[in-house]
Design a protein around this ligand. Structure first.
Ligand SMILES: [Mg+2]
Length: 383
């Protein structure tokens, strides 16, 4: 078996969303994302997605910048040695920040390795983590900021009716207690409900009272209430509120997660492989959270089916204690880039594929239809 990469390319694709996704940092009606594709000399394929957003209002990484880092640096670096995913991840650590670019390239090599071994990605991750793999992953739904309370409640009811096991409401100052109270009233006391503020609250203002008032609604967590880089502020806030703080934007590496837990800045971790630099880092964060007994779940970046395949394989591992953010492509997009794609079953779970490689066939015609630009990258493996 020839373990060298014969061909490597990076593609920027644009997928139309069925309806705009509105959060505390704006509205999105298309999804531009970056795909990484590697093929070895035996014809095995690896696909990965570098799912930065197309604006710099979530994190500094953007789609355009990620395309540049992947095509100019990351893919070449990854190809300069063995294709073993763990070693690829080590080489990519030379790149600072740019976590989505690194993660997308590393993902393609995990997928390639799974194809070579005729293994599922979930089985590869399970072997690396030394933990069993689940056949189904429980999922929750994220409900964006709607024009009215009523339309939000309608979306909540649709999600509950579809079986989702947890509802997450996007909130911001002024769009918080009223909608949380209404959703709690509609869902009843036992339902798993949480909120995500995307860093829109500030300490030192009456925001603190707004957040304290949310304690009475039995939320599973308040996600990223304060600024994207403010671990100390979150530690101070966590001392004042009972609801567990979950961090998203603040956690961009293994070290960030360890530091946040050591400081008491969160009691719940949203893990997005792209945000922390890839699956190898994600596996280490899973271990840290399991050891610390901290709630852990896989967040979403509105990925295409390519990126979701890796997320699904990862959170098939035991230790992901809470439902994942993983609405199916049929809900988000006019079409997916994999066919068939996954769907949510009536019990609010997604079946983890056992097929080799990505687990979902990539539809090259769809990818071509969505491609805005493409770069072939020369890799020179030294074995
Ligand atoms: Mg979030």
């Amino acid at each position: 078996m020839d373990a060298t990469v014969a061909r490597a390319e990076v593609l920027e694709v644009q997928m139309p969303l069925k309806e705009p996704f509105v959060t505390g940092f704006g509205s999105t009606d298309t999804r531009r994302t970056v795909l990484v594709h590697v093929v070895d000399a035996d014809g095995h394929e690896g696909w990965g997605e570098a799912a930065a957003l197309d604006h710099p209002f979530y994190l500094p990484d953007t789609t355009s910048g990620t395309f540049a880092v992947v095509s100019e640096w990351a893919l070449k670096l990854a190809g300069e040695g063995t294709a073993a995913p763990g070693e690829v991840a080590s080489r990519l650590c030379a790149i600072r920040g740019n976590t989505f670019a690194r993660a997308g390239v590393e993902a393609a090599f995990w997928c390639l390795e799974a194809s070579r071994q005729a293994s599922s990605m979930a089985a590869l991750f399970a072997a690396a983590a030394g933990t069993p793999v689940r056949t189904h992953v429980p999922v929750g739904e994220s409900v964006g900021i709607h024009p009215t309370v009523q339309s939000t409640l309608d979306a909540v009811e649709r999600a509950v009716g579809a079986g989702y096991q947890r509802i997450k409401l996007k909130v911001k100052p002024g769009w918080d207690e009223e909608i949380v109270a209404a959703a709690r009233d509609r869902l009843g006391p036992a339902a798993m409900l949480q909120v995500d503020a995307n860093g829109s609250y500030s300490l030192g203002t009456d925001d603190i009272q707004r957040l304290e008032r949310l304690d009475r609604y039995g939320l599973a967590c308040i996600e990223q209430p304060l600024a994207w880089d403010d671990l100390a502020g979150h530690a101070a806030l966590q001392r004042r509120i009972e609801t567990p703080i979950c961090l998203d934007e603040c956690l961009r590496s293994v070290a960030d997660v360890q530091r946040a837990l050591d400081m008491g800045a969160c009691r719940n971790v949203n893990l997005k492989p792209g945000r922390v630099g890839g699956a190898t880092a994600a596996l280490e964060i899973r271990r840290i959270c399991v050891d610390a007994g901290v709630a852990l779940w896989c967040g979403g970046m509105l990925e295409s089916g390519v990126g979701r395949a890796l997320n699904l394989a990862l959170c098939a591992l035991e230790g992901f204690s809470d439902p994942a953010d993983m609405a199916p492509a049929s809900k988000l997009y006019e079409f997916d880039l994999v066919e068939p794609t996954f769907d949510v079953e009536p019990d609010g779970t997604i079946a983890v594929p056992s097929a080799p490689g990505l687990g979902f066939p990539v539809t090259s015609a769809r990818v071509a239809q969505c491609t805005l630009r493409r770069a072939e990258v020369a890799v020179r493996p030294s074995l």
